[in-house]
Design a protein around this ligand. Structure first.
Ligand code: NAP
Ligand code: G4F
Length: 344
């Protein structure tokens, strides 16, 4: 394996100008970890539309997990690698020589982080170091996006939360994401890598995993309408989140890797809604009263809760010209309609 050694003289990669994407320029290449996930599928679509060569990292499983990217398979390069395996990551980066690397892979479900805390740390925390090492050793001019999370704010120390708000994570997942954030900042400051941490608030879509609360509710509504379920069991209805549309948020990821100098950004809508409001909107969209169907079930209450999260995305608006394009009500209706269609 030919691996480019780190040369301290390379410190300052982040400052080097590069040609803008577009007509007359060579095609850019992007590597995406987590391409089979919600965000990976939307990001792959966005980058293909911009003319990128897209290389998607997929871990080996006995069943393929291409449900979200089946329509893209003839246009992306799928390569096997795992966040747990340094050699596989280094090989992919060495072979692809990407312009941009998006690290979206993680164990991303907060409740699982209490039942599998060590594995969550391996994927979601140390996996970031492995990927950064792959870039540092094999292709240090690549620009790296790290998928950080508003869960890092946890027991929020101020509202709304911005880039300078102190972290107070409330789950092994949140702790692992704090590690991922700081190791990204450290590789930028130690080695001059162009590495940014995007602190994204909750974002949802019809491709969201069924275990997350928005999709659990919209899928539950569709099942009740279709006569496949009679009720819906949820946890804390008072939790409040800043929910946006995933399709809007992958555009923010791309924008973060375009400026000449790397910086970290908070991405969210600036609006907060409760799980109760989510239920009201989703059930009323099909003419039902949510209170007749929703039961609070202690099985879905967490050992420690993040009560409220609300973004202050003004830095992204100012510096990246990014604004969310989908309202919470439109998002919930889009998801209910998609679940009804899917079950038809
Ligand atoms: P997701 O749907 O759960 O997708 C996670 C992806 O990671 C899947 O493609 C999964 O592959 C892959 N993966 C997991 N472990 C892996 C491993 N060991 N090696 C290689 N790939 C692995 O998550 P998402 O909602 O798209 O979120 C993307 C990223 O943003 C995650 O890092 C998440 O923590 C973060 N984030 C999400 C939100 C949000 O609201 N969605 C907000 C803030 C931050 P399989 O298909 O094989 O499982
Ligand atoms: O939809 P959730 O499971 O998302 P959560 O925990 O906020 O995490 C998501 O967003 C993070 C960004 O802040 C990402 F980093 C992370 O990867 C993930 O995408 O739960 C949202 C809220 C929680 O307060 C939870 O207690 O909904 C509450 N909730 C109430 N009943 C429920 C349920 N959550 C789930 N999953 N299932 C319930 O039955």
């Amino acid at each position: 394996m030919t691996v480019q050694k780190h040369d301290p003289a390379r410190k300052g990669e982040a400052d080097k100008p590069r040609a803008p994407a577009g007509a007359g320029q060579p095609r850019r290449t992007a590597v995406i970890t987590g391409i089979t996930g919600q965000d990976g599928s939307y990001l792959a679509e966005l980058l293909l539309a911009k003319g990128y060569d897209v290389v998607g990292i997929v871990r080996r499983t006995s069943h393929d997990s291409y449900e979200r990217i089946g329509h893209l398979l003839d246009r992306v390069h799928i390569v096997p690698a795992d966040l747990l395996d340094q050699h596989s990551l280094t090989s992919v980066v060495r072979d692809a020589r990407p312009d941009e690397v998006y690290n979206l892979a993680a164990q991303s479900f907060v409740p699982t982080s209490w039942t599998q805390p060590v594995l969550t740390g391996e994927f979601t925390a140390l996996g970031v170091t492995r990927l950064l090492e792959a870039v540092r050793l094999a292709h240090p001019t690549a620009r790296v996006y790290q998928a950080s999370s508003s869960e890092m704010f946890g027991k929020a120390q101020e509202t709304p939360q911005r880039e300078t708000t102190p972290f107070y994570p409330r789950s092994p997942y949140g702790v692992a994401k704090v590690y991922g954030h700081w190791i990204t900042v450290n590789y930028r400051e130690s080695y001059g890598l162009y590495a940014v941490s995007g602190i994204l608030f909750n974002h949802e879509s019809p491709r969201r995993g069924l275990e997350f609360v928005t999709r659990k509710v919209t899928d539950g509504v569709a099942r009740i309408v279709k006569g496949k379920a009679r009720d819906l069991h949820l946890g804390n209805l008072d939790a409040r989140r800043d929910w946006g549309f995933a399709g809007d948020y992958v555009d923010a990821m791309w924008r973060m890797l375009q400026p000449p100098r790397p910086a970290d950004y908070v991405i969210g809508t600036g609006e907060m809604h409760s799980v109760r409001e989510l239920c009201d909107l989703a059930f009323s969209h099909v003419g039902l009263d949510w209170q007749k169907y929703v039961t609070v079930d202690p099985r879905f209450v967490r050992p420690a809760e993040v009560d409220t999260l609300q973004a202050d995305p003004s830095k992204a608006r100012r510096e990246l010209q990014w604004t969310p394009g989908t309202s919470f009500a439109d998002l919930v209706r889009m998801m209910v309609d998609a679940d009804l269609e899917r079950l038809s």
